[in-house]
Design a protein around this ligand. Structure first.
Ligand code: SF4
Ligand code: SF4
Length: 213
């Protein structure tokens, strides 16, 4: 991840001269903001740009659109800009931003929702490796009902292009040595366990994907 430069002015508003308007989405004709708030049940409109969320975020430096700006973009209905951003993949879902918000705006929930929207859209992810990792994480969770670090990293490494990239960057060797150290200390379980709640979890995933109501 490289440090990114913000694409909005220091005043948190669109740069002067950049013509943007709220965009209508879908054939229901609702504004992006309204629909977004309805989908995740958070009051994005309540944000008054105090920036506490951004100041609390441990990875804000790596984001091209800072957390408070994400909320502003949602208010403006800038869907494409949000789904094309590195931010939605860089976010750790640690929820520090939501915790520190004086208006109880669900910043982390909003970013998580945007990430899911991006995963189901045709927009290519700006942080490809993080997007692949995110997808692999969900697949492994569906498979076992819980995450086993060894199997997660194995599945991730086998995704197209990832192994080659890891070898090229030297990351594979690093991970191998770290894994070996953890295994020697008994901190790495090689056989994945299966959660007893796997059936319920699969139902949640299918419901999310719209297969069952
Ligand atoms: S902390 Fe809350 S009110 Fe302040 S900028 Fe962030 S989302 Fe908006
Ligand atoms: S949930 Fe994401 S945006 Fe919020 S503080 Fe954590 S990393 Fe930053």
């Amino acid at each position: 991840m490289s440090q990114q430069t913000s694409t909005v002015s220091p005043l948190n508003f669109p740069q002067p001269g950049v013509e943007k308007e709220r965009k209508l989405i879908g054939d229901r004709g609702g504004y992006f903001l309204k629909r977004f708030e309805g989908e995740i049940g958070t009051n994005v409109s309540a944000c008054y740009q105090c920036e506490r969320c951004t100041n609390a975020c441990p990875v804000a430096h790596y984001m091209d659109i800072k957390p408070h700006q994400v909320i502003r973009y949602i208010q403006l209905g800038w869907r494409e800009e949000l789904l094309q951003s590195a931010t939605i993949w860089v976010c750790l879902s640690c929820e520090m931003c939501s915790t520190y918000c004086p208006n109880e705006v669900g910043v982390a929930e909003s970013i998580n929702h945007l990430r899911n929207m991006a995963a189901h859209s045709s927009i290519p992810p700006k942080e490809k490796q993080l997007a692949v990792f995110h997808q692999t994480f969900l697949e492994e969770l569906q498979r076992h009902g819980r995450i086993n670090e060894f199997w997660l990293m194995k599945a991730y490494s086998l995704k197209p292009g990832i192994f080659k990239e890891k070898i090229k960057s030297g990351l594979f060797k690093d991970e191998l040595l770290k894994g070996l150290t953890l295994w020697k200390k008994g901190r790495l379980v090689l056989l994945p366990g299966r959660s007893r709640a796997i059936k319920d979890l699969k139902k949640v995933f299918r419901r999310k994907q719209g297969e069952i109501s």
